[in-house]
Design a protein around this ligand. Sequence first.
Ligand SMILES: [Zn+2]
Ligand SMILES: [Zn+2]
Ligand SMILES: [Zn+2]
Length: 170
Amino acid sequence: MYAGSGNISKYSDMEILGFALITLAVFVGMEGVTWLTHKFIMHGLGWYFHEDHHQPGYPHVFEKNDFFFVIFATPSILLFYFGSRGELNWMFFVGLGILLYGICYFLVHDVLIHRRFKWFDKTNNWYFRGLRKAHKIHHKHLDKEDGECFGMLFVPMKYFREARSVPQKA
Ligand SMILES: [Zn+2]
Ligand SMILES: [Zn+2]
Ligand SMILES: [Zn+2]
């Protein structure tokens, strides 16, 4: 063992497992937080920032809706800061769960569904087709009220069933 390797080994296997479970639980929990935020804040008091996102044919370069990324990034940055002062602690891994969810949300919603960047053009599996269909349904509503499908990485099962039952051309 050389001197520099001490940092990792001071955590026991149980601690490392615990950190991984925290990150995973926060990632899953963030889908619930997103659903609640989308339904009650973005389609509520925060509609001002979300409204342009529901306008058909807007350019998607910068959206007022991007404001919500800043809102979610703030706790994540604070958690990284307080979670890495001295020894790494649980706060760091809560922040990590939020960040990883944010990255997946961005890739699914902004890249794969709304095509703000032309990456991953070939993505077409049933999971993604289900998500895209559900989000298209969400966007059918142009106003604040009567929305549906507020989630992003998990949507009602019927969309996944539908997507799987439609045969895909090779
Ligand atoms: Zn919406
Ligand atoms: Zn959009
Ligand atoms: Zn959208």
